[in-house]
Design a protein around this ligand. Structure first.
Ligand code: ADP
Ligand code: MG
Length: 242
C-alpha cells in the first residue's frame, strides 16, 4: 500500500503539488487525469522517490520511505515501485533481451540464466518473444512500449506507475499497449496510471483521481467522475477530453 500524506512539492517558488493525500491499496488500479502541467508526472515521481517531496511524507506498507531515510530503503522503494514512461526510455544500444535483463542482473544480482528465463517468459506475456534479439530502433512504438513494460516487470515490482504510456503512440498502436495493461491489471498488479484513455479507466480503473493545479480535486469511481463529477473543474476537463 502506498500512502501520500500532506505532500507538497516545490521547484523554487513553483508549488507543483499542494497538500496531496492519497492512498493506493494493494491490487488497485488508480487512474490519474488532469490538465497538462497540473503535477501528474511529479506526483508519480514522488511515489517511487525519483523526486523527494518538499514536505509531507510517502509511506509504503506503513513505513515512511521519504525524507531522511537510509539510502538502502530508497533503492528498495524504487525497485518495488516500477515506472513506465511516455517515451519508453529503452537503452538504444542494447537488444530487447539485454534491455530486460540489465537491471535484474546488476541491481538484483540475478544470474544470467535466471534473468534470461524470466525475460523470455515476460516477452511471451507481451507477445514479443520473436523480438528478443532486435534493437529498439527496429521496433514500432507500440512494441517498444510493450518491451518497456516487460522490462519494468522483470524487477518484480509490487506496483507499476505508468506516465501517459500511450500518449506518444500512433493511434493504431494504443490498443495493443492497453491490452497488455489490462491483462496486467487482471493479475492483481497494483497500478497507478496517468492517462486520458477513458475506455481503459472505465474498464479496469477502481478509482479516477482528478488533479488540477497541484491539488486533488476529486477522487471517485470512474462512473461518477465521467458521468456526474461533483467539481465544476472536473466537469469542464472531462467535457474537453471526451
Ligand atoms: P503534468 O505531468 O501534469 O503535465 P508535471 O508534473 O510534469 O505536470 O509538471 C508540473 C509543474 O512542475 C510544471 O509547472 C513544470 O514546469 C514543473 N516541473 C516539473 N518537473 C520539474 C523540474 N524537474 N524542475 C522544475 N520544474 C519542474
Ligand atoms: Mg506529465
Amino acid at each position: 500500500m502506498i500512502e501520500l500524506k500532506n505532500l507538497n512539492k516545490s521547484y523554487g517558488d513553483n508549488e507543483v503539488l499542494k497538500d496531496i493525500n492519497l492512498k493506493i491499496d494493494d491490487g488497485e488500479v488508480v487512474v490519474i487525469i488532469g490538465p497538462s502541467g497540473s503535477g501528474k508526472s511529479t506526483l508519480l515521481r514522488c511515489m517511487n522517490l525519483l523526486e523527494q517531496p518538499t514536505s509531507g511524507e510517502v509511506k509504503i506498507n506503513g513505513q515512511k520511505v521519504s525524507g531522511k531515510v537510509k539510502s538502502e530503503l530508497i533503492r528498495e522503494t524504487r525497485q518495488n515501485v516500477g515506472m513506465v514512461f511516455q517515451h519508453f526510455n529503452l537503452f538504444p544500444h542494447y537488444t530487447v533481451l539485454n534491455n530486460i535483463i540489465h537491471a535484474p542482473m546488476i541491481v538484483k544480482k540475478q544470474n544470467k540464466e535466471e534473468a534470461i528465463n524470466r525475460a523470455k517468459q515476460l516477452l511471451k506475456e507481451v507477445s514479443l518473444e520473436n523480438k528478443m534479439n532486435s534493437f529498439p530502433s527496429s521496433l514500432s512504438g507500440g512494441q517498444e512500449q510493450r518491451i518497456a513494460i516487460a522490462r519494468a516487470l522483470a524487477m518484480n515490482p509490487n506496483t507499476l506507475l505508468f506516465d501517459e504510456p500511450t500518449s506518444a503512440l500512433d493511434p493504431e498502436m494504443v490498443e495493443e499497449v492497453l491490452e497488455v495493461m489490462k491483462k496486467l491489471a487482471k493479475t492483481g498488479m497494483t497500478m497507478v496510471v496517468v492517462t486520458h484513455e477513458m475506455g481503459f479507466a472505465k474498464q479496469v480503473g477502481n478509482r479516477v483521481v482528478f488533479v488540477d493545479d497541484g491539488r486533488i480535486l476529486e477522487d471517485d469511481t470512474p462512473e461518477k467522475i465521467f458521468n456526474s463529477p461533483s467539481n465544476p473543474r472536473t466537469q469542464d476537463f472531462i467535457s474537453k477530453i471526451l
